[in-house]
Structures are given as structure tokens and as C-alpha cells.
Design a protein around this ligand. Structure first.
Ligand SMILES: C[S@@+](CC[C@H](N)C(=O)[O-])C[C@H]1O[C@@H](n2cnc3c(N)ncnc32)[C@H](O)[C@@H]1O
Length: 237
């Protein structure tokens, strides 16, 4: 089934979460010779960041979708960036290799999320860090002029639509517990905050309406929405 994220959508989304990623990168020890992994790198809009915090870092982006990966390869020509067609649930790397791994809006799209997490745990070296950024629609707010602000009912159109497309809309709040099950420790997590931008927020609502339309769902357009996005940091003992 075709996935709903266009290159333009991924670019806008990555812009919104940039300050949070900077915070996550600041937690990584600054040593030379880092090898970093972008799990589900998509169009590779974020992968270069994983190679820039030391002049000696090498970043590898992996993705299961060859069409989207081709965009990442075309976009990034630097010699310290590499891209590989690979499944996050069966990573083609030896154990204890990477210092840092990032998953940005990827885990929600992987039905075998625990397998992907245990694979990431395996390829990280001791003290290696996993950072993830994932939304959670259970705490989403939608406001309409006609009705008071309210959280989404569990069977909302948007939640059903994401589930139909193969996503887990509730991955964000689940991640800290999932990480400890596969063996990660020192888990820290929080929810992103940002300033609401009227034009950007309206564009996002129109994007969601378009997504729902692809599923034949008519939507009573909200005037305001908020989706909690979780950040999580954890390390391998
Ligand atoms: C919403 S996109 C996010 C892309 C990128 N991380 C970003 O933020 O721009 C989710 C990505 O996860 C990839 N993906 C889904 N399942 C995967 C799997 N099992 N292994 C690797 N990549 C996967 C998809 O192909 C897609 O590119």
C-alpha cells in the first residue's frame, strides 16, 4: 500500500523537529571516528546531520523502500554518507559496530517494532545511544469552532486511517517501555514543544485532510490540532 509521506511532507516534518534533534545530538559523546545509523532514513533529509558533529563521523542511512532510498542517494553525495537498502528488523551489520542510531518517525511504521529495536540494540556498541522521535495520537487535540476542544476518541478517522496504512499511531508513549524490554538502560524521554505557526499548522491540517480523502473519509476540518511527539534517548549497557 502506498505510504502517505511525500518528500515535501518529510522535509517539513524534519524542519519542525530540528531543535529536538539538536538536543538529542548534544547527548552524544564527542569522539572521533563515530559510526552512526539513520534507521528508516527515507529521503535522507536528516542523515547528513548524523555525520556532522565530528569531522570524522560516518553515517549510514538504511531504508526498506528502494524508491525513497534512491532519493536519499541522489540528494547526498558526501563521501562520509552511505545508503543501503535494508530492513530494520534484520540489519546487515555485525554486532557492536555503531556509536549512535536515530529513528525519526520510522518505528511507528514497522509492525515488528520490537524486532527492529532488538536489532538496533545488537548493532550498537557498549554505551552506544539510540535516539527516537515518534508521535502518539492518543493525546492528540483537535479543536473546531463548533465544538469545545477535545482529545481524539480512540476510533477517530485519523487514527483508523493511520492503522489502515500499517502504522501504529500510539508508538510514542510506548517506546520507553519497549526499550527497556530489549535491554536499553538510562532511558530519558519527553514530549516536544514548539510555537504554533498559523500558516504551518493550517498546511498540516490540509495535509491530513488529503490523507483522509485517499481513504474515502470526509473530515470536519479542525481549526487547531496538536499531536504529542515523544523523544526518547537510551543507551546500551
Ligand atoms: C515517515 S518515514 C520517515 C523517514 C525519515 N526518517 C524522515 O524522518 O525523514 C518512515 C520511513 O521508514 C521506512 N521503513 C518502514 N519500515 C521499515 C523497515 N522495516 N526497515 C527500514 N525502513 C523502514 C519507510 O520506508 C520510510 O522511509
Amino acid at each position: 500500500m502506498e505510504k502517505p509521506y511525500s518528500p515535501c511532507f518529510l522535509c517539513n516534518q524534519s524542519r519542525r523537529t530540528q531543535p529536538a534533534r539538536q538536543f538529542l545530538y548534544n547527548q552524544i559523546p564527542r569522539v572521533k571516528g563515530l559510526l552512526t545509523l539513520d534507521v528508516g532514513c527515507g529521503t535522507g533529509v536528516i542523515t547528513p546531520e548524523l555525520a556532522t558533529y565530528t569531522s570524522h563521523a560516518t553515517a549510514i542511512g538504511i531504508d526498506i523502500d528502494s524508491t525513497i532510498l534512491a532519493k536519499a542517494i541522489n540528494r547526498n553525495k558526501s563521501t562520509n554518507l552511505h545508503f543501503l537498502l535494508a530492513d530494520a528488523t534484520a540489519l546487515p551489520f555485525r554486532a557492536n559496530l555503531f556509536t549512535f542510531a536515530l529513528s525519526h518517525f520510522t518505528l511507528m511504521w514497522i509492525p515488528k517494532r520490537m524486532k527492529a529495536l532488538s536489532e538496533t540494540f545488537r548493532i550498537l556498541c557498549s554505551k552506544g545511544i539510540l535516539a527516537a522521535i515518534e508521535p502518539d495520537y492518543s493525546g492528540r487535540i483537535e479543536a473546531r469552532n463548533s465544538s469545545p476542544k477535545q482529545g481524539l476518541p480512540p476510533q477517530s478517522s485519523l487514527i483508523k486511517c493511520l492503522q489502515n496504512l500499517g502504522a501504529d499511531p500510539f508508538s510514542g508513549s510506548q517506546l520507553p517501555a519497549d526499550l527497556s524490554i530489549v535491554g536499553f538502560t538510562n532511558t530519558r524521554f519527553g514530549v516536544l514543544s514548539w510555537e504554533f505557526n498559523k500558516i504551518g499548522a493550517h498546511k498540516e491540517i490540509l495535509g491530513e485532510a488529503a490523507l483522509l480523502k485517499t481513504q474515502g473519509i470526509q473530515w470536519d476540518l479542525p481549526t487547531f490540532t496538536f499531536t504529542p511527539i515523544f523523544w526518547v534517548l537510551a543507551s546500551k549497557p
